[in-house]
Design a protein around this ligand. Sequence first.
Ligand code: AMP
Ligand code: ZN
Length: 470
Amino acid sequence: MNSSKINKIHLYNTLTRKKEIFTPCEPGVVGLYSCGPTVYNYPHIGNYRAYIFADILKRTLRYGGYQVKHIMNLTDVDDKTIRESQKEGRTLKEFTEFYTEEFLKDIKSLNILEPDKFTKATDYINEMVEIIEKLLKKGHAYKSRDGSIYFDIHTDAEYGKLSGFSIASLKRNADKRLEIDEYDKENAQDFALWKAWDEKDGNVYWDADFGKGLPRTELALVRGRPGWHIECSAMSMANLGEQIDIHTGGVDNIFPHHENEMAQSEGATGKKFVKYWLHNEWVLVDHKKMAKSEKNFYILKDLLDKNIDPVVYRFWLLMAHYRTRINFVWEALLGAEIALKRLYGLYSELGAEVGKVSKAYQHKFKEFIGDDLDTPRALTVLWDVLKDETVSNADKKATVLDFDKVFGLGFVNSEKNKREEKIPEEISKLVVERDQARQNKDFQKSDELRKQINSLGYEVKDTPLGAEGF
Ligand code: AMP
Ligand code: ZN
């Protein structure tokens, strides 16, 4: 039996808007689908929050005793991929394969475990066509004048149940359809399942035969390409079945992407598509969402250029709950770097022997991580066990390695665990500042500084000659 089994894992379900006890469709086995990147550029570090969150979720489920099948898609055909590949004069395949490789390197450096399978949208065109045929047959979809096929949201009485969007106020307006995959909350309308070819698409098209779905009077063959939402429905159903346990993405995926995925999947199968919808909050910059369009983004290379290990970024994210927004500033990342090096340092002093996992600490860890993946509180347990003088070094080591199955901070990687002999400059500065505050009898400030030093993994010992960080 798995000794780290967690009795109850609570997860916040966007669909029901509450934390629920997780129970998969099939006992012990979890089908997990994560919306992956559009491979047209380097993802920014905000995007990586979505994949690190999915990784922590998967690791927690595995740690908790479940067998997890994880699928992540790679969107390799849409407006952006077509446009950018044309600009570079490369075929869509060449272009998207390059960015797929870059993505794989990035996730490795972030200690993200690869999904069991990456699915490329272009490998699932037939499955998409089949779903669209079913929707046509059932009257949920229609063909427009230019040949594109749309989902009629008015045929879905429950449309809006995920995002809370109400279609009651919307008037049917067939002429105001959008031509792109992206649109905002204000623009809820029938969405494209299949887009008829136009010259902007160049040589990117498939000749799809919707013969089984369309009345015989209509032309069944439509040269075109899929809409974005149908890609995820097809890939998740093909690999995980018509009903999946957990679907993840960032909060900006809730509407329209996930709302539409759900509408078309449930419209086609008549079954509940996803049991638990989980979404991570944003990484912000200057309190605005980090986004390519805002030009306020960083990529992993920006970290590497500053000699910051991507795992530091992972650690920084884990210090916040995945459902809270976090504001990215370099100082915060440098603080995380100091704290992580401190952890590696403490770990490296434990010696070679691996003892037994501390049950008491493991109990606390499971309680926190099982409470909707509360990584900030779970990290406090890691610090506590490392500092507990009643636990042997060998047992500490076993406990840290056990927790790291979920954190993925790479404690086993000995290269990283070299002791930082010197007290980092930032800590020394804080210690001096605190000393000054104490001398000025500003105990509130000195207390705040002590807390700040502690949060970076150091403690101050007051000696007759002043304070000393260690
Ligand atoms: P995209 O490539 O835009 O589809 O985004 C890929 C993933 O990153 C999606 O799950 C988004 O919801 C997520 N995402 C995008 N921007 C951010 C951000 N600033 N912070 C956190 N997640 C984000
Ligand atoms: Zn998706």
